[in-house]
Ligand binder design. Sequence first.
Ligand code: GLU
Length: 421
Amino acid sequence: MSNEKYEFFKVIQEYLNRASKVVQLDPAVELMLSQPKNELIVHFPVRMDSGEVKLFKGYRIQHSNILGPFKGGIRYHESVTLDDVKALASMMTWKSALMRLPYGGAKGGIKFNPRNHSNGELQRITRRFTHALGSNIGPDYDIPAPDVGTTGQMMAWMMDMYMNTVGHTNKQANRGVVTGKPVASGGTLGREKATGQGVVHCILEWAREHRFNLEGSTYIVQGYGNVGSHASTILGRYGASLTAVGDHSGYLRSPEGFNRHKLAEWVKTHGSVAGYPAGQAITREEFFATKCDIFIPAALEGQIGVAEANALDCRMIVEGANGPTTPEGERILLDRGVVIIPDVLANSGGVTVSYYEWVQNKRSESWDLEEVDNKLEIAMKRAYKEVSDFSRARDVDLRMAAYSVGLERLQSAYRERDIFP
Ligand code: GLU
């Protein structure tokens, strides 16, 4: 499946359109939500280690702030396009609404490959991008976070830059300008694993609902970065075994199960699964055809097209990534009875714990891990139940149910506030 041909924003608009019919959304509300509020594109120069100056293209798309400040990650990837960021920003709006967070939706990114740059260059790129965004971000206006290709370290640079430029009059009150920061810089315990943890809460809820025993079950993971590795590490504690894995560098299979901790360590130090000294190398096609109970796509959008949907031999897909399943792929999978726990629910643990970080920053508090974990568990279970109940009651798939629950919340806010003048 080629990413170039995947019109991600159109796909998300189509989901909005379908869900609007389910909840009989006011056409004016659908119209307003069909496009982002603001689209910002910046070009900024950065000096490379060689002395050469390079120009970078950065985006920040602010989709909605009807429920609270714009909120969403920053992606560093060579394939970042305006269209993708618009799609991802919209999804943040549904995600925040579904999770009852006082946030809207946004997403940003820079089109470049962070793997090709030194730490010093990454720092200069991040700081210069933050400078270019200027007062278009802020702790009560628009709050970035990590996404594909970005880390807590980059969030610390963004926060520091913002504090020392735009928000310098009241530095301490500006810690919450970004979330997903390292703990010493004002991050929260539990944020790093939060998305993966949320993925596992969804699996546990589904397993409970369907009396499925995870002990002895198998799962495969595409993408072993923050989301994939944490989901995998946590899921393994319930007796499930990781039998195939892969990322941009290639795919591996191990019928007896990988040591998920060692694999996570390897990817952290080497940047990918390439060269991992266990399992056997397989093709992407063989990976998708691996028989398993659970598939966790945790890489990029548009990965599960028609061919992959036909090949997959699993009972459920839990979307750790945003938009991994194409509508064509989804139709095939649903017809085959494969359960798909949609991205806006499955990976919402990340932004939920971002919210806990932001609250702690506002109140100058520091919660222990147990408190964060307990709150996340309650939030994920509640959202899962709402989506599952809606899906059963209205006979729609889980994606439409998740969109519908979020949209109903947005509709109420629009009804109560109305449009000015
Ligand atoms: N980038 C993550 C997402 O897609 C997290 C966003 C956040 O924490 O604001 O949900």
